[in-house]
Design a protein around this ligand. Structure first.
Ligand SMILES: NC(=O)C1=CN([C@@H]2O[C@H](COP(=O)(O)OP(=O)(O)OC[C@H]3O[C@@H](n4cnc5c(N)ncnc54)[C@H](OP(=O)(O)O)[C@@H]3O)[C@@H](O)[C@H]2O)C=CC1
Ligand SMILES: O=C1O[C@H](COP(=O)(O)O)[C@@H](O)[C@H](O)[C@H]1O
Length: 469
């Protein structure tokens, strides 16, 4: 297999792709014979490219120290060549063919080729067209990073070009939140456990929260961020996909196409957002002073959304989505807030039960429930049981490593498709129009503008009330 990494010197390649490859190499999850072909707009020697790979792993491979042997395998066949363009293929086709020959080693076997577009979105179309122009599109797989379009129109334009060049089966559009171990656990928790599956509906669930506060600011990517904002950066993709993973109906079975269908059917039930009543945007105080940010920027660094899923299972249950920069804490939480004490036997002392998943790191599941407070009286309290997924026998993969394995194996269940993205854009589109609400200021280190509290109703946002992780 040859992984052609377009944009091989870039931030994503160094931060995510090389550490993921190192993890996969160490875990024996890569094909026996494989190589990476890096591209960029300038020249770089193969030796210097090998060093870029080593540096990426050393700097961002958090705890993934490479054994000398693994490092050798990772860089042994690493080649670098200038990016091809529609008019000028340069050395690209010859270098790729040469690598394939080396890997095939006279066996006559075909070598799989995966193109990974770790380039800015403006380069997606030119690189796609260039692969077509030089007849390099057939039989390969191609991975697109986000954002796959920044509006319904730009999404469709990009996708039209992609489909002129590739069959849908060749295309993998990454949403790394779907690759998180705990996100994948959502449907296991529900469909493999009657205890949870039986309460997964409007009768038992009062609201769902998908909450991703971040303490970091936009350092290093201010220019990108100022043109994008929190809602486009996180809601239309990651938070919608996670919400759909919660909302989906049981799939026909666990085949990739059934899972994708179930998730995308759920997105098709998302009611278009009402910016007047269901969206609060914020901007942290001091954001406009950052280098690369306009002095009068109206960009949202915080967004809270009340999303409605118009189907019989979820009618009347708000899905509350929230994320922002420079907030009080870091967390990635999905929580189902259960209705209180249906029999009303215990009155107001009963708190909401909560089934909650932390998507961060290796993931965790927490169940908060009402219990009898120890002692002679019948007094109530709440308790939380936590299961860290890292304590379960097995070895979690970071999201990028997990998704790369899926690309190599051709498993498309955790990737998005045009049908799902079309539906996501339809739900998000009202936020792109003239009705987009103004941003409310919020203090850095806070939980965002107070206006966002109203969206969550009497239950309130769970994070900020309890200890987030
Ligand atoms: N960085 C991150 O953490 C994340 C990034 N992404 C997405 O991944 C992709 C890459 O992001 P990132 O690595 O941060 O971006 P970079 O700005 O670091 O660009 C990556 C590389 O692309 C090459 N490049 C730049 N412009 C062009 C162009 N017009 N044509 C061809 N190549 C070009 C450059 O290499 P050279 O100068 O050698 O040509 C550059 O090193 C983007 O789509 C981004 O949205 C998604 C999630 C997280
Ligand atoms: O895609 C993005 O995701 C990150 C948060 O995800 P993480 O799992 O990598 O922590 C977010 O910080 C970034 O702004 C956004 O572009």
């Amino acid at each position: 297999m040859v992984l052609v990494l377009h944009g091989a010197r870039g931030d994503l390649s160094r931060r995510m792709v090389y550490p993921a490859l190192a993890t996969l190499q160490r875990r024996g999850l890569l094909p026996e014979r494989w190589a990476v072909l890096g591209t960029g707009r300038g020249e770089l020697s193969d030796e210097d490219f090998a060093q870029v790979i080593r540096d990426g792993i050393e700097e961002f491979g958090a705890g993934d120290d490479l054994a000398e042997d693994d490092a050798r395998v990772l860089t042994e066949h690493a080649r670098y060549t200038r990016e091809l363009t529609e008019d000028d293929p340069g050395q690209f086709p010859d270098t790729l063919a040469d690598l394939c020959r080396t890997l095939a080693d006279g066996s006559g076997e075909d070598v799989d080729v995966v193109h990974y577009l770790a380039v800015p979105p403006a380069a997606f179309v030119p690189v796609t067209r260039a692969l077509h122009a030089h007849d390099l599109n057939r039989g390969v797989r191609i991975v697109f990073e986000k954002p796959y379009g920044t509006s319904p129109e730009s999404f469709r334009e990009l996708d039209d070009v992609v489909h002129e060049v590739f069959d849908e089966e060749q295309v993998f559009r990454i949403d790394h939140f779907l690759g998180k171990e705990a996100t994948q656990n959502l449907h296991v928790l529900r469909f493999a456990n009657e205890l949870f599956g039986s309460v997964w509906d409007r009768t038992h669930v009062e609201q769902v929260q998908v909450d991703v506060p971040e303490t970091l600011d936009v350092a290093g990517r201010a220019e990108f961020y100022d043109a994008t904002g929190a809602a486009l950066d996180m809601v239309v993709n990651h938070l919608f996909q996670v919400a759909a993973q919660v909302a989906m109906e049981p799939p026909h079975d666990l085949a990739a196409e059934d899972l994708v269908h179930a998730r995308e059917d759920a997105i098709a039930c998302f009611r278009p957002l009402d910016p007047g009543t269901d969206v609060v945007l914020g901007q942290f105080v001091g954001y406009r002073d950052l280098d690369g940010v306009d002095d009068d920027s109206g960009t949202d660094t915080f967004v809270a959304v009340r999303l409605w899923v118009d189907n019989p299972r979820w009618e009347g249950v708000p899905f509350l989505l929230r994320t922002g920069k420079r907030m009080a804490d870091d967390a990635q939480r999905v929580s189902l807030v259960l209705r209180r004490d249906p029999e009303h036997l215990f009155g107001d002392e009963v708190q909401h039960g909560v089934v909650s998943l932390s998507l961060a790191g290796d993931g965790a599941i927490e169940i908060t429930t009402t219990v009898k407070r120890p002692g002679p009286d019948l007094r109530l309290s709440t308790g939380t049981a936590r299961l860290d997924l890292q304590d379960v026998d097995g070895d979690a993969l970071p999201p990028y490593a997990s998704l790369l394995v899926d690309v190599l194996q051709g498993d498309r269940s955790l990737f998005t498709t045009p049908r799902g993205l079309e539906a996501a854009w339809a739900a998000f589109e009202p936020l792109l129009g003239d009705d987009r609400p103004a941003v409310h200021p919020y203090a850095p280190g806070s939980w965002g503008p107070s206006e966002a509290c109203d969206l969550a109703g009497p239950v309130g946002w769970l994070l900020g009330q309890t200890d987030p992780t």
